[in-house]
Design a protein around this ligand. Structure first.
Ligand code: B12
Ligand code: SF4
Length: 502
């Protein structure tokens, strides 16, 4: 039996030509979902994985499969449906799964033969057996997998052109930030794979560099941290010879032993969601972890740096708390924290999230002709009506943030510091220059976006405020689980490192 697994491209973001620039290999990431699915597939199925981000193959010239499995983030959904339609016309059954299929079941189910919602580990064997018996169901519910018994992903099915391999060691996040799908999709409980399984799977990864896709590698509690230490110890002891990057919350910096072990196990850098410079903004996003009184972000970043790891900070523009000037303020804040690079994104309501419920309820989805408009839900387009920022203003804020943070003097200063501290000097410099050159690409993309979808916006923030006809009451402070005033003092106060003048 032939199984074809497909990761559809989003025409707006895919890197379809790897030969164009060798740096593109650092911009495409392996579709671990499909590698995991392949790992769950019995050996009598012959598996091909197509990642359209490496180039779209001529499907008509490929052998006809017995089953097609498609994964998709929301931003890939439009392309997923085109690919599905092609195979359905040939009479090949198409199954779709992943985050978009789970969050938008009603939309997806009409466009494929079968939908798998949730995690696939507990249900995939049943789906394949049903295909074999010719009794494929319209819908399967995977729920949450038992992560203790997870089979390793297949790391040998994709071409060796990716700079980074990928692995997952935990699932779930208790923090439930309003803009994020993870708690809804993977659950609030922090599930951890056995350390020995992770180390064994690491040994199957051909690439020297690896992305740990965990949403929060070190978790939120002391027992989570203890497990992370065990993992790093075991990775170091196994002498894997890998360099890795991962996503953590800021508490990563609170434990010297954790930092030492992470560095020893090959950690070269971490992504941290700082999200926004103000306490009011953090309350709005429900990012309670960053709202701890006395948290000194600059000192935290410096501690991570001392262990030779790079810090990439993630920020969001377009919050209800954001006023004109927010772009520059984020650039200043990130500079003050000392992060090496920033990833600034537009506030984007993703289906299923609390933010979606709020913005859809307030009729603030400006780009809403679905499914084709899903292609803009990449967090790099301003798809919503922002409370205090018009379309032009929010784009200008994004541009100003990038121009300030990636000004040549600031890039050189950061490069000098990383050289002095012997910490990823070249990576930091190249990444900064690449982000800087992307600013031009972004400007072009915004111009195209405005041409294609600009008419959906009204010209001034006042107009967009008037649009908020039937606001849905969302208690952001309650969703943050705590009152910012209790922790930080007056809401709206900037979060500054301790000891800094406010
Ligand atoms: C790694 C990652 C990336 C990598 C992508 C690598 C890749 N090609 O897959 C990179 C960095 C490129 C990336 C980019 C983006 N990402 Co991202 N990413 C993740 C992350 C952290 C892990 C995904 C992963 O590998 N999980 C491990 C695998 C094993 O789990 P899984 O994908 O869920 O697959 C399981 C099930 O879903 C199911 N399944 C999945 N597919 C299929 C298919 C079939 C047929 C079946 C039966 C089952 C099935 O089975 C699998 C095993 O259980 C997730 C968060 C998360 N926890 O999922 C966010 C996440 C998927 N990303 C998200 C977003 C928003 C993005 C971006 C749009 C924006 C951004 N800048 O981050 C871009 C998308 C760009 C684009 N192409 O359009 C959102 C998606 C929400 C949504 N509704 O789409 C998530 C959920 C994070 C969040 N905060 O909400 N991302
Ligand atoms: S901490 Fe990260 S993974 Fe967890 S809910 Fe918030 S944004 Fe999502």
């Amino acid at each position: 039996m032939q199984l074809l697994l497909i990761n559809p491209s989003n025409p707006l973001v895919s890197i379809v030509n790897l030969g164009e620039s060798r740096w593109n290999q650092y911009r495409v990431w392996q579709p671990l979902s499909l590698m995991a699915l392949a790992g769950l597939t019995p050996p009598d199925w012959e598996i091909t994985i197509v990642d359209e981000n490496l180039g779209v193959p001529d499907y008509a010239a490929m052998p006809r499969p017995d089953l097609v499995g498609i994964t998709a983030f929301t931003s890939q959904a439009g392309r997923a449906y085109i690919v599905a339609a092609h195979f359905r016309r040939l009479g090949v059954p198409v199954v779709m799964g992943g985050i978009h299929a789970t969050m938008c079941l009603d939309e997806v189910i009409d466009r494929v033969d079968s939908v798998v919602t949730g995690e696939a580990e507990g249900i995939w064997a049943q789906v394949l057996e049903d295909v074999r018996q010719g009794r494929l169901q319209r819908r399967y519910e995977g729920g949450l997998a038992c992560i203790e018994e997870m089979r390793p992903a297949r790391h040998n099915l994709l071409p060796p052109r990716y700079a980074f391999g990928a692995i997952q060691t935990t699932r779930g996040c208790p923090l439930n930030c309003s803009f994020c799908s993870v708690t809804l999709f993977n659950g609030a409980s922090y599930r951890q794979r056995p350390v020995a399984d992770v180390v064994r799977e690491f040994q199957l990864i051909p690439q020297k560099r690896v992305l740990l896709v965990d949403d929060n590698l070190v978790g939120t509690r002391s027992d989570h941290m203890a497990r992370a230490k065990d993992l790093f110890r075991a990775m170091a002891a196994a002498n894997l010879g890998k360099q890795w990057i991962g996503q953590v919350t800021i508490n990563f910096a609170d434990d010297e032993e954790l930092l030492t072990l992470a560095a020893r196990s090959g950690c070269k850098g971490v992504f941290i969601g700082f999200e926004t410079p103000s306490a009011e903004g953090l309350c709005e996003l429900g990012k309670k972890f960053n709202l701890v009184r006395g948290r000194d972000f600059r000192a935290s970043v410096a501690r991570i740096h001392r262990h030779g790891m790079v810090v990439v900070g993630s920020f969001i523009i377009g919050l209800d708390a954001d006023q004109p000037g927010i772009g520059g303020r984020i650039a200043e804040t990130a500079t003050r924290y000392g992060v090496d690079n920033i990833n600034a994104l537009f506030l984007t309501p993703l289906p299923g999230t609390q933010l979606w419920d709020k913005m859809a309820g307030e009729k603030r989805l400006a780009v809403n002709d679905f499914p084709q408009d899903w292609q803009y839900y990449t967090l790099t387009y301003p798809v919503a009506h922002y409370l205090h920022l018009s379309l032009d203003q929010v784009i200008a804020e994004m541009d100003s943030c990038g121009r300030k943070f990636y000004s040549i003097p600031r890039i050189l200063r950061r490069a000098g510091i990383s050289l002095w501290q012997r910490r990823g000097f070249l990576i930091s410099l190249v990444a900064s220059l690449s982000y800087r050159s992307n600013l031009r690409v972004d400007r072009h993309a915004y111009a195209e976006f405005k041409r294609a979808r600009g008419s959906r916006y009204e010209s001034s923030p006042a107009d967009s405020r008037r649009r908020l006809t039937t606001p849905v009451p969302v208690d952001n402070k309650a969703s943050a689980g705590l009152l910012a005033q209790d922790i930080l003092g007056p809401v709206g106060e900037e979060i500054r490192p301790q000891g800094e003048p406010t």
